[in-house]
Design a binder for this molecule. Structure first.
Ligand SMILES: Cc1ncc(C[n+]2csc(CCOP(=O)(O)OP(=O)(O)O)c2C)c(N)n1
Ligand SMILES: [Mg+2]
Length: 414
């Protein structure tokens, strides 16, 4: 990934690089400020679009560059010599990942799990309006896919969207405020759990109609293609969407026009209380792609690195005009379909098997065995996230609610 000088100067004159904020070999987070520059008007920071390791600084501090000039090369999240080995790699061989990257994946998954657990408790206390559909057990799908995206890429989501939102960079505060119906929420309190989103962070407000996001994502991808931009859209949906007409129509069109859309099916074996084999003869969802003439792949959706690697490859194919791609991520929902569902239709043995395959426990073990973290590191991460969530809960409880005159603002039809 290249970091280029943005078009910041009003006069077209070269822009001065004042200070590097990241050293060669350091890990860079998506959205992290990498270098400080000075235009004729102001001092600004240039941010990384994606995760990676800073490999080269091409303009020294004090030097100048014009808009569009290369400032730095950021490698992918593997790299950095001497790092312990984790992950199998797609071609078979092992891959070195930067420790900070691995910990960031772990942190994000723990954030999703603890957010969901806390929100569940708030609903059970009866102090949150609406209903919820939660994603405990499915953290690796959201986190693995979103880690492979750039900050200017988009996602679409479903009624089960909290994990997608946190993985795409929405904050705990803006989400909790939204769930409490406050004006400070990411949709100003009008979306709630089932329509969570933030366009500035690349997440379309979620759509609760099963398969509803699939034609929408396809349309967004068409817009990216017509505008000749390099963004892609990752479209999350469940196995229940696969029998909907909208799924087939959109996949056909996306294939025909080679659109930059990454279809992500979170196959958790159930659509509400109905098991997948009761509604599909061929339960391998990724096979559907071949019938429309593009690549589909089934991936262990509880292995965050597998998901990340599959999504990175698929995103690259979409970005370079070789899309679309259909990824089927096999996973399991550990909670009921919605808040009131006790989940009795999931057989005990099946639940036990998937419990033993929990994405967070598995990744924690991999981090410990690989020497990337010790138990104190993992405890510290959990505690910091707990504290962050608690602070946000306290604020969200008293955050201001919309007033009557807000009723018809920010709506498309009235
Ligand atoms: C078109 C449509 N039909 C029915 C529903 C009711 N409904 C909401 S969620 C759901 C099950 C969806 O299952 P799946 O797509 O597998 O997603 P998961 O709940 O497993 O994440 C149903 C039937 C709906 N929202 N939209
Ligand atoms: Mg499902």
């Amino acid at each position: 990934m290249n970091l280029k000088m943005p078009d910041l100067s009003t006069t077209g004159s070269p822009i001065k690089v004042t200070r590097w904020l990241v050293e060669v070999g350091d890990f860079v987070e998506r959205g992290q400020a990498v270098v400080e520059v000075e235009t004729d008007k102001a001092t600004m920071e240039v941010e990384a679009l994606g995760f990676g390791t800073l490999l080269q600084q091409l303009v020294a501090a004090g030097g100048e560059a014009s808009a569009g000039d290369l400032l730095a090369v950021i490698g992918d999240a593997r790299a950095a010599s001497g790092m312990p080995v984790t992950g199998n790699g797609r071609g078979g061989g092992e891959i070195n990942y930067h420790r900070d990257f691995l910990l960031s994946l772990y942190e994000r998954m723990v954030l999703v799990r603890q957010f969901e657990d806390r929100v569940r408790a708030l609903f059970l206390e009866g102090i949150m309006p609406g209903t919820i559909h939660q994603c405990q057990g499915q953290e690796a799908t959201a986190v693995g896919v979103c880690a492979a995206l750039r900050s200017d890429d988009f996602i679409t989501s479903t009624f089960r969207g909290h994990g997608h939102a946190l993985a795409k960079g929405l904050t705990v505060q803006e989400m909790l405020d939204e769930l409490f119906g406050a004006v400070t929420g990411c949709c100003r309190g009008k979306g709630g759990s089932m329509h969570i989103g933030n366009l500035e962070k690349g997440m379309m407000p979620a759509i609760a109609i099963v398969a509803g996001g699939i034609p929408l994502a396809t349309g967004m991808a068409l817009a990216f293609k017509l505008r000749k931009t390099k963004e892609i859209v990752a479209c999350f949906f469940g196995d229940g969407a696969v029998a909907e007409g909208a799924f087939h129509e959109a996949l056909n069109m996306a294939a025909l026009w080679s659109l930059p859309v990454l279809f992500v099916c979170e196959n958790n074996l159930y659509g509400a209380s109905t098991r997948i084999d009761q509604v599909m003869k061929n339960t391998r969802v990724s096979d559907r792609a071949a019938s429309y003439g593009f690549r589909g792949e089934t991936v262990d959706g509880n292995d965050v690195l597998e998901v990340y690697e599959a999504a990175t490859q698929a995103a690259e194919e979409c970005r370079s005009g070789r899309g679309p791609v259909l990824l089927e991520l096999q996973t399991y929902r550990r909670t009921g379909h919605s808040r009131r569902d006790p989940c009795h239709y999931q057989p005990k043995e099946e639940r036990a098997t998937w419990s033993a395959n929990d994405p967070i426990t598995r990744f924690a073990q991999a981090l410990l065995v690989g020497g990337n973290a010790d138990l104190d590191d993992l405890d510290r991460i959990q505690k910091e996230i707990d504290d962050e969530i608690e602070r946000a809960v306290e604020k969200a409880k008293t955050a201001p609610k919309p007033v009557l005159s807000d009723l018809l603002t920010d709506v498309y039809a009235s």
